[in-house]
Design a protein around this ligand. Sequence first.
Ligand code: 5GP
Length: 176
Amino acid sequence: MGAPRPGRVLVAEGELTARVAELGRAIARDYARENPVLVGVLQGAVPFVADLMRALPIDLTVDFIRASSYGAGTSSSGTVRLVADLAVDIADRHVLIVDDIVDTGLTLGALKRMLEARRPRSVRTCVLLDKAGRRETDVTIDYLGFTIPNVFVVGYGLDYDGLYRNLPYVAALDAI
Ligand code: 5GP
């Protein structure tokens, strides 16, 4: 019995590159004079933030936040805990949360409420992957990369038990 391995590619490297460039153009247009704070959600959003920020030819600040994750499991616990906070003060700033994937929406919804409590000028969300039909709570995705089916995915920041974040594409995890 081996560990589950990455299987079918759902989003290829070239598709990621092209979509990040498109998102960059839309975000750059909307935030041209706003000097936003991009808030990357560790660890999964790291490659996405790194690529997206370089697709944004505008003044901006980047910082990171870390919420509790699934650990080795593959389903949401429903509880969200902040394990590392921002270094920057977001009061009066335009905030764009950049996250890897939204499943139930509980994590992103909780993070958004936490940041909104700090009196920023605005909080919007940019998410690479959306699992259609899985939402348990209402959370708006303002900028979305791709809608994917309800399968557990790895790669481009997303892990299974700490593995596969380094893959340059998004793949389904093969069943154990
Ligand atoms: P939610 O709170 O929306 O149910 O889950 C969001 C978080 O669950 C994501 O930030 C990510 O850490 C994790 N997650 C949800 N679906 C997947 C998946 O298919 N693969 C991986 N690696 N993580 C996932």
